[in-house]
Write a new protein. Structure first.
Length: 334
């Protein structure tokens, strides 16, 4: 790839990652809108994930059938990422129900730092900068969650951090997968498996906690907005990951913090205290220093925590064709 094509490729990746960040920054706002109207978190996850998956299937069946084909190894990777992120989304929206949207998004923004650790564990050594950033992140989380109005909401904080870890883990897996598959295909099957993963919990919540007949129009507005944001952000997210790598896409995703904070202030009048702003600043610095980390592009060979997965994939690949055996000449042939 020549220099001009490389710059064009990278520019498209940056635009895709930034678009994903803007859309993801609106996700907790729409989600909080539905949750404030009494919708159960599990029911919300079910409605938005299944609806987004259906939208993608209809769109690809009509306009992009070439992206529906997937080989078995790729499906296993997408399914693994989808299951992990599906479970993570259940924790994310359970945490969002207990916390302000602005605080929840700040805690969730720790996912690039988690991604650094996961990639390091996959065969690359942990740098001193990573250790320093971890040391910064711990007091930042404490300052963000130590105010009186957030006492007793430790469960929500833990849920949000679990969601961040799951999100980073699914990015680490899909980064390698996107080397061999179009981003549209990865989006379609990852989101579809997410929908299957969250369905049992979501259906249980709809049956026992939040009947659809009791859902207000405002809550439905939040669900519709969240569904559209989910479908579009997933397409742009994996397009950015394919061109830039998971780490740089996650780094650009920090801009979703600004979208979430401004939106929470406008729609919910949520404001951070001085102590929380100090914690938020420290956390942003900690996560932002990821740009100083050495190159973390996923190698084609893995020797760490993902090695079992890559080894499985290699075993599923068809064996290379052997050259034909030479034909033994009969006696007297020349």
């Amino acid at each position: 790839m020549d220099a001009s094509r490389f710059r064009h490729h990278a520019r498209n990746g940056i635009l895709a990652a930034l678009l994903s960040a803007i859309l993801l920054g609106l996700a907790p706002i729409f989600g909080k809108l539905a949750l404030r109207e009494g919708m159960d978190p599990f029911a919300l996850v079910l409605l938005r994930t299944v609806s987004a998956a259906v939208i993608l299937w209809i769109a690809f069946l009509l306009f992009g059938r070439q992206y529906i084909f997937i080989y078995p190894v790729g499906f296993i990777a997408c399914a693994t990422a989808g299951i992990i992120n599906g479970v993570g989304s259940l924790f994310f929206y359970s945490g969002l129900a207990a916390l302000d949207a602005s605080l929840a998004q700040l805690l969730y923004s720790i996912n690039p730092l988690v991604l650094v650790l996961l990639l390091r564990m996959d065969g690359q050594p942990i740098s001193r900068l990573t250790v320093f950033r971890l040391i910064l992140a711990l007091p930042a989380v404490y300052l963000l969650t130590s105010q009186n109005q957030h006492q007793g909401q430790i469960q929500g904080v833990v849920f949000m951090l679990i969601g961040a870890v799951a999100y980073a883990t699914h990015l680490a897996i899909t980064q390698r997968t996107l080397r061999d598959m179009p981003s549209q295909t990865v989006t379609l099957y990852t989101l579809s498996v997410m929908a299957i993963t969250v369905s049992p919990w979501g259906l249980w919540a709809l049956w026992t906690r939040t009947p659809l007949s009791e859902t207000s129009s405002i809550a439905w507005g939040g669900v519709i907005g969240l569904t559209l944001v989910t479908a579009m952000s997933r397409l742009s997210l994996f397009a950015g990951v394919k061109r830039l790598g998971g780490l740089q896409a996650a780094l650009l995703g920090l801009s979703e913090l600004l979208v979430s904070l401004v939106s929470a202030l406008i729609f919910f009048n949520e404001q951070l205290t001085l102590t929380q702003w100090i914690g938020a600043t420290i956390l942003i610095v900690s996560v932002g220093l990821v740009g100083r980390e050495p190159e973390l592009s996923a190698p084609r060979a893995s020797y760490g925590w993902l090695a079992w997965m890559y080894g499985l994939f290699e075993k599923l690949q068809p064996p290379p064709e052997l050259p034909p055996l030479p034909v033994k000449k009969a006696a007297g042939d020349k």
